[in-house]
Design a protein. Sequence first.
Length: 255
Amino acid sequence: MGRSLIIRKFAYTSLICSIIPLHIPKPPHRPSHKRPPPMRKENFQWLFLALMILFGLQAFATDYFWVNGSGSWTDFTNHWATSSGGNTFHDSVPGPADRVYFDANSFSANGQTVLVDTSLAECLSLEFTGINFSPTFTGLLGDTLNVRDDFILNNSLNWSYLGLLLFSNGAFTDSTIALIDTAEIYLFGNTLDNTCVFNGQGLWEMHDNFKTSENIFFEQGNLNFLADTLAALAFLVQDPVDTSVSSGGSFGLNR
């Protein structure tokens, strides 16, 4: 059973503390003849809004499949197909509600490269499941890759993207709303060279070791760390929003 660490109201303070067991007190006994207070009207309104957001984005999410080997993220007429290995292409780059897939039909030889050639690339999820050969995924320092849900790499992938990696599960940005759910993260042995920012209202689950040579900024949300190691230059938490981390492993600073 994992252990938990609760982090509250640090002003970008580096995390230097031990992991302690989380003890949750039992709720007080409520006599059966007393009814719980009714849900307030405002709570119904927020619940309805959350459900509308969830099902609305699920309905409009589009699948983007990378094809034809080496190329640039913005070259949608040659690389972003509507199906795996397909030759029908999207008329725009992936957006914040779109699922992005790199799979067995994306690359045809070793040494092929995907260049993220935009200052802001966005998607709902980013997955490299089933890729063949050893492609490189790269981008420039100073750019941003915003992933709002699942982030799944591959042990055959050469991750060389240098920009900011923003995880924004459930975040509200420019009137665009991501799903508020559980986002799955698998690095499969890759070590990142990215500053990583977690800022959202959902939950991230890290299923394997999460390592970056740069800082991790934890601004808002819930992080469930299921693997052995979380390593970064520093782990920083922002005031005033409460955040929570649950972990069965260890935290390390690259010093």
